[in-house]
Design a protein around this ligand. Structure first.
Ligand SMILES: Cc1ncc(C[n+]2csc(CCOP(=O)(O)OP(=O)(O)O)c2C)c(N)n1
Ligand SMILES: [Mg+2]
Length: 283
């Protein structure tokens, strides 16, 4: 498989130069790498996405996908994984979607250690609705909802996910395509809840790529121990002169669906009752 095998004919309507293009390319490359490694087939990869500019990624990748409600990417991911744990489930959310509207869903998906990959397109704004502040908007940043500049303490998504027990926590940057490809592949290969916050440049609403590019470095080339929670916590604080990207934390832990189901694959079992029967009970 090649990256182009995952392309769809749908016209891409993101703004020219948007960091979402890099995320799209990196995901298709990582999916091709994953399939070529013999671990899965394209028909066994399922995507779920939220609502926002990022959510359109479901239309641009040729695998089965579920367009969810705003902030509600984790519930369908959980439903899909529990129904058929052989599927590789990858979710895509925006920073508004994941950290604002849907934060409670994200918290519980992470602490359950569902075996899914969750990628956040973090452009620090609600972009589709033309720039309002989200939980990751930096202090002082002027948006339509913060005309005097934001004065709320920004959330650190990596800290939130570490605290919730995510077993894989990473950060990527839309200005580093080869790095993003390998980071996505590591996350897809992880068994357990793999979370990646991608610093995603929005050329129109938050163009930070040129400012961030000279500051990023690959954490995994510095001898960082990914099993060291405290080291991951400390490194996740760095968003100043130097910004680490890569895998901050990765440990093995039993997954939710394995504990719930063992090796059962519910979608292959005979249904206990028809949907109609179940609904009739409530009439
Ligand atoms: C429940 C609900 N609330 C609000 C909206 C309006 N809405 C649509 S897209 C969007 C912004 C999404 O921002 P983000 O998740 O950061 O994605 P981005 O557009 O930045 O990729 C909002 C607020 C909605 N569709 N549904
Ligand atoms: Mg956003």
């Amino acid at each position: 498989m090649e990256m182009k095998d995952f392309s769809t004919p749908t016209k891409i309507t993101w703004c020219p130069g948007c960091g979402n293009f890099t995320i799209l390319t990196a995901v298709k490359q990582a999916m091709a790498d994953y399939v070529n490694s013999g671990k899965s087939k394209p028909e066994n990869i399922v995507m779920a996405s939220g609502i926002g500019c990022h959510g359109k990624i479901s239309d641009y990748i040729k695998v089965n996908s579920y367009y969810s409600l705003h902030g509600r990417v984790p519930p369908p991911m959980m439903g899909i994984k529990v129904a058929n744990q052989r599927l590789k489930v990858i979710g895509f959310a925006g920073d508004g979607d994941a950290y604002d509207e849907g934060i409670s869903h994200l918290v519980h998906a992470a602490r359950r250690n569902l075996d899914v990959t969750f990628i956040v397109h973090d452009n620090q704004v609600f972009a589709l609705t033309t720039q309002q502040a989200t939980p990751t908007t930096p202090i002082g940043f002027k948006t339509k909802s913060t005309p005097k500049g934001s004065f709320e303490h920004p959330m650190n998504p990596l800290h939130v996910m570490l605290a919730c027990g995510a077993t894989f926590v990473g950060r990527g940057f839309s200005g580093s395509l080869p790095h993003l490809r390998s980071l996505f592949l590591k996350a897809i290969n992880h068994r357990g809840f793999a979370f990646i916050d991608v610093m995603q440049d929005s050329r129109v609403f938050n163009p930070f790529a040129e400012l961030v590019k000279p500051r990023v470095y690959d954490l995994n080339e510095t001898g960082h121990d990914v099993k060291d929670f405290q080291a991951a916590w400390e490194k996740a604080k760095d968003m100043g002169e130097k910004i680490p990207i890569g895998v901050f934390y990765q440990v093995e832990k039993e997954t939710y669906e394995k504990q719930l189901l063992g090796d059962r694959v519910l979608s292959e079992e005979k249904p206990l009752a028809s949907v109609k029967q179940v609904l009739n009970e409530f009439l």
